[in-house]
Design a protein around this ligand. Sequence first.
Ligand SMILES: [Zn+2]
Length: 464
Amino acid sequence: MAPIQLIHDATIVTADDAGSILYDAAIAVSDGRITALGPTSELLARYPDAERVYGRGRAVFPGFANTHTHLSRVLARGIYEDLSPPHAPPFTGGLAPLPLPALTADEERAMALLGALEAIRSGTTLVLEESAGLDGYAGALVDTGLRLVLCERAWDRANASIGQPGPFQVDPALADIGLTRIAEFHSRWEGKGDGRVRAGLAAWAPDMCSPGLLSRLRKLQSELDAIATVHLNQIWGEVAAVKEQRGVLPTEYLAQAGLLSKRLVAAHCRCMTDEEERILGASGAAVAVNPAIAARRGLAARIDELERAGCLVTLGTDNMAEDMVEVVRTALFMERVRRQDGRRPTPEEALVWATRNGYRALGVPDGGWLAPGNRADLILVDLRKPHLTPALRVVSCFVHQGMASDVEAVMVDGRWIMRDGRVLTMDETAIVADADRIARAAWRKLFERRPELARPPGLDIGTR
Ligand SMILES: [Zn+2]
């Protein structure tokens, strides 16, 4: 049997059904699972030989599940946040007027590692990564120690991007390539990293996938027994494009194609009608609300309506940032502003969206909350900070005032991947330096090659 680790003298936020919080408590972990939770004195007596982790002044929280991201898009940090597409016609397509600079496979891996580093530092333990060509950096992600759902992307609309009206020019070769990539990726990566890795699949977006492709993806999802994901009702240009191409709204289109299910994670769901919310909710699908990027785009999902309709609400970062502490708070703030309600949602509800619901949506119902038998995916938050003192209501305090830098340690599957403020699975200094050099050079090259592109104000990409 593996040695037992015992975190003791801590405050333990379980995120269980009752929202239990244990004080002066201990949590025992072995073989990747939580073996016991209880008073410190009791557990110290029960496990005298355990490896001890002193938790005074710290709170143990379940780790965060980020249910929608593209890790290497940190490349566009500080640029795309301010270049969102318009919410009214004319729509020209794409999520930003500037193209993303091209990267080599090595460079993309370096950027993805920067994203993963930021994710771990903000207390993330489970990530759904969506992209095309994940094989190029899946191995590097597995080595970070994160729990992963890796969703390889398919689409079959040629010469267009999300939110672009006009005819749907279908390219059957694109569909075949995407489906093949998904199947190959699955056979290579499913269950890797001692079972920490699940391979899923992604339909890029309703205006990028034909009905034929969607039905093939649904069939492949059943065959692989995999999680599916899709960008849905993300921007108004997408809604306009689907209306023009299919005569229905995006959620109606996916419903007709049979894609809606409990094993679908629909990302965004913010440019949608009541009827679409009802249709999505009736399917029991999970929604990855991405409140930080939504706020930056001037949009908001209607979390309360989605939840009432039957959707499982979860949280993600999407683009340009991987900070789940920021995401939880932004979800709470935006939803309170939208509802014009200073009491609801509660911080406890927001925490469950970010932890337990996310785990459930990604096929790990025994993770994202702390109970004996559950997976040992947890974080230690240092409460001995001016902005967290006094932590009289620890969940409220962390959701309202917490920062990623308060996360002191991160455990996934019973293994510390961050401890005492240091990420153990990555060379942090090298990753930050590499990513900085790569990103500046990539943007510099783009503007040198395309001098007609407008440079965002304040851009510093260096001169060589
Ligand atoms: Zn996305």
